[in-house]
Write a new protein. Structure first.
Lengths: 389, 541
């Protein structure tokens, strides 16, 4: 009976920022290469991780959409090559009748010969874009958007709240649209598109307006926006700090990228701007009399997942830098994969083992069952002991 | 602890509250009652700090908390003392799971994380919603949502709980649950409660004191039994007490039952007339099965509606009442079963054809309305009805029909009023009139009694009886047992999409304690309404 207790991984949600870092790493790697084998493997890695690590929230179901979007991007890229990309060199696969264009459109050809090389170039290009999209899609499916908003620094709390509310309004609008449509069918009405639209819009907008007023009142009665003794002057000071800081950052970035701008505008401005904005953040954060219920904390799995993303991105970049034939094999030769690239893929799949099991309704039910059985067993043991004594 | 001093509130064109003085003591359950539109919600808003910030208008007077004036403080600065739960909790939810909603208020107050964790667990247990903790708020039933909304303000440990009609949208059992929860809070935690409610019969037994708002903007405060002796609005049990001349008035079924021994001896039960339906039924539905995706909403429901009879459709929230209505109307597709409304299957018909056979008034009657004045709404209804019957020009066939219907149900509505400015009862009457303009033989109403006070419900009862007398077959979905006792000939009770009982109103409600009206509980199964008792007494005298 005495078996060693098996190590149990506690299901929980991973910090959404960790997922985003991982996905951005994947996207970086994807943007550094046009090797179809690498791109396809990256998409496969994203897919496997999403399928095994996503929870059962509504956002988790969005991944399929991104897969379709990727496919559509690839198809469009290839079609464009066929429509516009008539070339005479390379291996011609088939010829379409070319449509003659007037002189002013010189340089553009419609249809004509289609070569294997141009199709492959279109395919590779499309795959790169698709891989980028799918990496973003993976982040969307894995990271709870509402928790992401909540991880914003306190200074951006208001913006975060506004976005959370906006997210929740969309399904409500859809609900009220169906309801009003059904209701309006119950009474006949003057035909005509404009008046028909009005019949739907007026009740829906009235409903939405009432709802938002109710929500605002609800948030107000629950204490949203309590000032906690901050004076107007303090508020204005933080606001000014943030604005000046952000302005400085903008100027700095511009000067940094535009090499003709005076150098003293570049790094010093950037640094100064960041410092001012940070100061503003900290001041604003200090005046917030708010706390967080069960905040997401950075623990080992978060660090591993984020690290695997960063490492994948770095490896992708180094492959492009030092092994250009692997990263961009061109359309004439067979693409290959190097040891380094393979390492990058392996690193990207680490979340599969590092991330905690996702929270799902089924998992919760199982846990509740488990607790109940444990309770009952304990009770039986207690009863037995009670009867013995 | 909280004291309102000469509170006056009004808009430019009229006064809503006029010089109101009201005190709520520590640990007291104060019931706020009054006819619709008299300003109950406004008064609660004043206490919570939402009026005039969210309503406009001018507010005068003072609100004192333990002797300190708080009238200048906005609602958010009162959140730690006063917990406010609005009329439609679903619209007030800020987050999307139960647990986060419970924590939201505490986050705003900046409580430490460990305190929040502890209070969330305690509140989940206190309200009996522990198993719902991870659920999406929108998937909860009405009663569960209401309890979560109460829990969400309770976690901040307010000293006063302000509740605006917490049970108006709930079925009798869910309403009992919520009220039981509230009384438990009063008794166990010593929270003061200020509660506004239409259906007094449910709350009066629990109330310590009662505040009656009157049409002229003044209040009457006192023991519930004293206040109700004079009140224009009264639950059936109080009306019964008035007729029988009991003093003090009984407030609970138990009181009345003990008091009624002598009355019962005096009364001769009315002749048991079993009115059975005659003639051809307008609606014959057999073994209807309807599914939303994989969830089966109706399981082999069979029912008949006869012209000249009002049938009440009862059952918990989510038992399939609305689904059945929309299926009879023809919008929802059924998986199997047959349906004949005036000889035709409505699902096969076009929209116009459906309208001529079935009129349905949906749960939110306002969804039907989209024009600026009552007159325009009526005209639009006439035009479409005229066009549908093909009676020549635009409105010849039906000119003025809608307006006449409206006048017969709710006389004296100004043509130039905006539909949104009408009272709940008037707006409902307008929606019914619009739907009836197409002259359907069958009328379906989905929860029409929501938000109606006793006079408005009495008006609705009269209107529905008149429609039935005209030969309409009427089906009303409702939770209100007293309304059912007054209006219905037959009752159908649904549970989980199945018909659990079906028959004449007396038999069905007599079988079930949850659905029995108060008069029946007091005097026995022969009696349904106060009116019958009054008639019997008048006859014997």
């Amino acid at each position: 009976m005495n078996s060693a207790p098996r190590r149990v991984r506690i299901p929980r949600e991973l910090h959404p920022v960790a997922w985003w870092i991982w996905a951005i790493g994947l996207a970086t790697a994807a943007s550094c290469t046009s090797n179809p084998l690498l791109l396809a493997s990256l998409v496969a890695v994203a897919w496997i991780v999403v399928v095994s690590c996503r929870s059962d929230g509504f956002w988790s179901r969005s991944f399929k959409l991104y897969l379709w979007l990727g496919l559509i991007v690839i198809v469009i890229r290839i079609l464009f090559r066929i429509v516009l990309g008539g070339v005479d060199d390379g291996h011609i696969l088939f010829r379409l009748p070319e449509i003659p264009l007037p002189d002013w459109a010189a340089g553009i050809r419609l249809f004509g010969a289609v070569s294997r090389e141009s199709l492959l170039a279109g395919l590779y290009d499309g795959m790169r874009l698709a891989a980028l999209l799918i990496a973003v899609g993976a982040a969307n499916a894995l990271a709870n958007p509402k928790r992401l908003m909540k991880s914003l620094p306190p200074a951006l709390y208001e913006i975060g709240t506004a976005m959370v509310v906006a997210i929740s309004v969309i399904p409500q609008l859809a609900d009220s649209a169906t309801r009003v449509k059904a209701a309006q069918d119950l009474r006949g009405g003057p035909p005509g598109r404009v008046r028909g639209l009005r019949r739907l819009l007026v009740p829906i907008l009235e409903d939405a307006f009432e709802r938002s007023l109710a929500l605002a009142a609800g948030m107000d009665t629950r204490g949203y926006g309590r000032t906690a003794g901050v004076t107007g002057a303090q508020r204005r000071a933080t606001g000014a700090l943030m604005l000046t800081g952000l302005l400085g950052v903008c100027v700095g970035i511009y000067a940094f990228l535009d090499l003709t701008a005076p150098r003293w505008l570049a790094t010093p401005m950037l640094a100064g701007g960041v410092a001012l904005a940070l100061l503003g953040f900290i001041l604003a954060g200090r005046r917030v009399g708010r706390s967080r219920y069960r905040p997401d904390r950075w623990r080992l799995p978060e660090l591993v997942v984020a690290g695997s993303g960063v490492l994948t991105g770095a490896i992708g970049w180094s492959v492009a830098r030092w092994e250009p034939t692997i990263a961009h094999p061109g359309v004439t030769s067979m693409p290959e994969i190097s040891m380094l690239a393979l390492c990058g893929l392996l690193v990207a799949i680490v979340p599969l083992f590092a991330a905690p099991p996702p929270l799902t309704a089924a998992g919760r039910a199982r846990r509740a069952d488990l607790e109940r059985t444990v309770d009952e067993r304990e009770r039986t043991v207690d009863d037995l002991e009670g009867s013995r004594s | 602890m909280i004291e309102l001093r000469t509170i006056s509130f009004g808009y430019d064109d009229g006064t809503v509250l006029d010089g109101i003085d009201l005190t709520v003591e520590d640990g007291e359950l104060m019931l706020l009652a009054g006819p619709t539109g008299v300003g109950k919600s406004t008064l609660l808003g004043v206490v919570a700090g939402l009026v005039p910030n969210y309503s406009g208008g001018t507010l005068r007077g003072d609100v004192l908390l333990d002797g300190e004036s708080i009238i200048e403080r906005p609602a958010r600065e009162r959140a730690h003392v006063i917990g406010y739960v609005g009329q439609n909790p679903a619209a007030w939810f800020v987050t999307d799971t139960v647990e986060e909603e419970l924590a939201y208020g505490m986050e705003q107050l900046g409580l430490p994380a460990s305190t929040m964790r502890r209070r969330v667990e305690e509140t989940l247990d206190l309200l009996g919603i522990a198993e719902l903790r991870h659920r999406d708020l929108r998937t909860l039933s009405g009663g569960q949502q209401q309890r979560v909304a109460i829990g969400a303000v309770l976690t901040c440990h307010p000293r006063l709980l302000v509740l605006d009609e917490p049970t108006s949208a709930l079925d009798p059992t869910a309403a009992e649950e919520v009220l039981a929860t509230i009384t438990r809070l009063v008794h166990d935690l010593g929270v003061s409660v200020l509660i506004a409610e239409h259906r007094l019969e449910r709350v009066v037994p629990f109330a310590d004191r009662m505040c009656l708002l009157q049409r002229d903007g003044s209040v009457l405060v006192g023991e519930p039994a004293e206040v109700l002796a004079e009140a224009p609005i009264a639950p059936p049990i109080v009306e019964l007490g008035r007729i029988a001349g009991w003093s003090p008035l009984p407030l609970t079924v138990r009181d009345a039952r003990r008091r009624s021994v002598e009355l019962r001896r005096r009364l001769t039960p009315p002749a048991a007339f079993a009115s059975s339906p005659t003639g051809e039924p307008s609606v014959v539905a057999q073994r209807l099965v309807v599914a939303h995706g994989r969830d089966v909403a109706l399981r082999e429901v069979s029912m008949r509606l006869h012209p000249g009879r009002v049938t009440a459709l009862m059952g918990r929230n989510g038992s399939g009442k609305s689904t059945l209505m929309w299926t009879l109307q023809g919008r929802l597709r059924r998986t199997s079963g047959t349906l004949a409304v005036a000889g035709a299957d409505t699902h096969e018909l076009k929209k116009d054809g459906r309208r001529e056979r079935v009129g349905l008034v949906p749960q939110t009657a306002a969804d039907l309305l989209y024009l600026e004045t009552v007159a325009e709404e009526c005209e639009a209804a006439d035009v479409s009805a005229g066009a549908a019957t093909g009676a020549g020009g635009a409105s010849e066939g039906a000119a003025g029909r809608c307006r006449a219907l409206l006048e017969s149900m709710a006389p004296g509505i100004d043509d130039a009023m905006h539909p949104r400015d009408l009272s709940e009862g008037q707006r409902l009457a307008l929606a019914v009139a619009i739907v009836l303009t197409a002259q359907p033989p069958v009328l379906l109403l989905d929860e029409p009694t929501r938000g109606l006070d006793y006079p408005a419900k009495a008006a609705l009862t009269r209107a529905l009886r008149a429609l039935a007398a005209d030969g309409h077959a009427v089906l009303v979905a409702t939770h209100d047992v007293e309304f059912v006792a007054g209006v219905a000939d037959d009752v159908v009770v649904l549970a989980e999409g199945e018909v659990v009982s079906d028959g004449p109103v007396r038999e069905v409600v007599a079988e079930s304690p949850a659905f029995a009206p108060q008069v029946m509980k007091v005097l026995g199964p022969e009696w349904l309404q106060v009116r019958e008792v009054a008639d019997a007494l008048a006859g014997s005298a």
